[in-house]
Design a protein around this ligand. Structure first.
Ligand SMILES: [Zn+2]
Length: 191
């Protein structure tokens, strides 16, 4: 491995244009903009805002047909740009909020949370935490402005797997869907 790295370094010295050195990293055999998808990077090395190349990666919400969609064509549409905050229903908002958790988009989480309930100390993912996937169990439309979504979100941290089962309540106010709150645990039977 060390031999390979030395070869890599010496080969790199012959290239005129080198990638910028990463702050805090040794002279890089790995450029800053490496091809590892943003969602697989530890939180400590992830920028606060979604880098442009993340838009080309598969969307983290990873559901059914959407698993083939790029972030830019899935939840990324609601995270920013012309359709910012325009998730068309509670299910789309739920998925985009999961993606925002994966990508540490705290700005989007705050913007889509009932202001009266959004925690003031919303924090980035702890270093080493990896989100593994989202499964939607049920999308209940209560009326035009109220809905519930039951889901399972899996993650891994410190070698331990975690599974969050929650039924979330959503409300549409002034044409925008917001997350209100949720009950943790297995959902009850459909009323
Ligand atoms: Zn998505």
């Amino acid at each position: 491995m060390a031999e390979r790295k030395r070869r890599g370094l010496s080969a790199r010295t012959t290239i005129r244009v080198q990638p910028p050195a990463c702050p805090g990293r040794p002279l890089a055999t790995t450029p800053c903009h490496d091809p590892v998808p943003a969602l697989n990077r530890p939180a400590s090395h992830r920028p606060a805002t979604t880098p442009p190349d993340a838009d080309q990666a598969p969307c983290p919400c990873d559901l059914g047909e959407s698993r083939r969609l790029r972030l830019a064509d899935c939840c990324g549409r609601w995270h920013g740009g012309a359709l910012h905050l325009q998730a068309p229903d509670a299910l789309a908002l739920m998925r985009s909020r999961y993606s925002a958790y994966v990508l540490d988009r705290l700005d989007y989480l705050r913007e889509t949370w009932d202001p009266a309930r959004c925690p003031a100390d919303l924090a980035p993912n702890e270093p080493g935490l990896r989100w593994l996937g989202l499964s939607i169990r049920r999308h209940e439309v209560i009326d035009a402005d109220h809905a519930r979504v039951s889901f399972v979100a899996r993650s891994k941290s410190g070698g331990k797997a975690h599974r969050l089962v929650e039924t979330s309540r959503f409300e549409r106010r002034d044409g925008r869907w917001l997350y209100i709150d949720g009950d943790v645990g297995e959902p009850g039977p459909v009323a």
